[in-house]
Design a protein around this ligand. Structure first.
Ligand code: SAJ
Length: 424
């Protein structure tokens, strides 16, 4: 089993292809997006990930990795295409279905077919198998079909691909075993075997657990603000309990995973997913809550015709990924409230949204309040004194508990933390 065909060359498919090619497999990477294929053919990258550029050049130079828009015959097919949600919060499995259709003409007896995309439980059984029936093969005996979800995070993909434990679920035990053997080419973590539907459920549970936990932290922040304590201090102290791990409050939950996967369960079992769906609503309401807090702060300071300076567009710290970013929703609410704002993110070097500026100084110019929305470490290198010279009023509202409160207070700022009514 040395020929691999990987469908979908995004954050997961491309690093996975490169890892298998580095392990000696002949990998054909397939993406329907001609631009992605053209970029890769020039050994250039359409995604930012430490170590990926060098690894890509290595496997393209030694011929272990080629790219195209069409699949070709292989021993193993890995599907790693997007599985987004619609506006109505339902799963869009069109890409998974299309990728499965695309390999039908090539699949032969003895092949492995693996779905890596994060999907609602029962997608392999109810979506992929009916398509693979078209091969005319006996899916239980002639093929090995499984689900092997990813757990890597942007910025640490290669080390996590290697180190993380992996869950592998087969439509039967031999399919799971065959898939485990394949990933042992580079996975050093333990590979836990189960059935395909359980593997799909486990992956969605991992992200749903975080979303519910974050919603809990966000509720604690709102309670803390009303009863005069600092939620961050309280959470830190509670987490000294050996069996407590409360997550961090924030301006909302972004990204294409934690903000998405819980909806798969809500759609599947709406009557049984009350806490899950309420947690999603709680997190999705945090941008509005942070804007309401900014309005309260501006009124307390009697600022007329205020300008808000947003620091952070990415959905999480130290990356340039804006997908589902809470900052975008904060901007919508500021627009609705007719409040002037500018936004700056040092990791996003091209203009992608209205009112975005590309210089920190321009953001501070004549601004009344800074709002920290993303935990970029770069924000901790700023000198408050320099920003103060450019600003009109000197307020900073930190929704990520990121900045050094003493440093900003000593520079003359009114430093306010989300969920903290103790240190005012
Ligand atoms: N966030 C909070 N409070 C927290 C943690 C995160 O507000 O305590 C916010 C972040 O600011 C961000 C969002 O939640 O906006 C998601 O951040 P994240 O880094 O936790 O999630 P992702 O989407 O980057 O990665 C997650 C990870 N899943 C788990 O940690 C269970 C990663 O391991 C998965 O591989 C990834 O989803 C995925 O691919 O599903």
């Amino acid at each position: 089993m040395k020929q691999l065909c990987v469908i979908g060359l995004g954050y997961i498919g491309l690093p996975t292809s490169v890892m298998f090619a580095k392990s000696g497999y002949q990998v054909q990477g397939v993406d329907v997006n001609q631009e992605v294929v053209d970029t890769l053919q020039k050994k250039a990258l359409h995604i930012e990930e430490p170590g990926l550029q060098e690894a890509l050049e290595l496997v393209m130079d030694n011929g272990n990795f080629t790219v195209s828009t069409e699949p070709k015959k292989a021993d193993v097919y890995i599907i790693a295409v997007p599985s987004p949600i619609t506006e109505e919060k339902t799963a869009n499995l069109d890409y998974v279905r299309a990728a499965t259709e695309a390999i039908v003409p090539f699949v032969e007896k003895g092949n492995l077919v693996i779905l890596e995309s994060t999907v609602p439980p029962r997608t392999v059984e109810d979506v992929m198998l009916p398509v693979l029936e078209k091969t005319g093969l006996d899916l239980e005996k002639d093929l090995y079909i499984s689900h092997s979800p990813e757990r890597v995070i942007p910025g640490k993909i290669f080390q996590e691909l290697e180190q993380n434990d992996r869950i592998v679920g087969g439509i039967n035990p031999i399919a799971a075993e065959k898939t485990k053997e394949l990933y042992q080419a580079f996975v050093k973590g333990d590979i836990h075997l189960t059935d395909a539907t359980t593997a799909e459920m486990v992956k969605v549970m991992e992200n749903t657990y975080r979303d519910v936990n974050i919603a809990f932290a966000n509720e604690l922040a709102k309670i803390a603000n009303n009863i005069g304590i600092n939620a961050w201090e309280a959470i830190r102290l509670a987490n000294f309990h050996p069996r407590v791990n409360i997550h961090q409050p924030g301006p909302g939950v972004g990204g294409h995973c934690i903000a998405v996967d819980p909806w798969f369960l809500v759609e599947l079992q709406p009557e049984e997913s009350k806490i899950i769906s309420l947690a999603r609503e709680t997190n999705d309401n945090m941008p509005a809550y942070t804007v309401q807090r900014v309005q309260e702060i501006l009124q307390e300071n009697e600022v007329s015709n205020p300008t808000v300076g947003l620091l952070g567009l990415s959905f999480k710290g130290n990356v340039d990924d804006m997908r589902e970013s809470p900052s975008l929703t904060v901007m919508e609410h500021l627009n609705k409230a007719n409040i002037n704002y500018k936004v700056y993110d040092p990791h996003i070097k091209d203009i992608r949204v209205p009112h975005q500026v590309l210089e920190l100084e321009e953001l501070a110019e004549q601004t009344d309040i800074l709002m920290i929305l993303t935990d970029h470490q770069l924000f901790n290198t700023y000198e408050p004194e320099k920003l103060k010279d450019l600003m009109k009023n000197y307020i900073v509202f930190d929704t990520k508990n990121l900045l050094d409160e003493i440093k900003w207070r000593n520079a003359g700022f009114d430093y306010i933390r989300l969920g903290d009514a103790k240190n005012r």
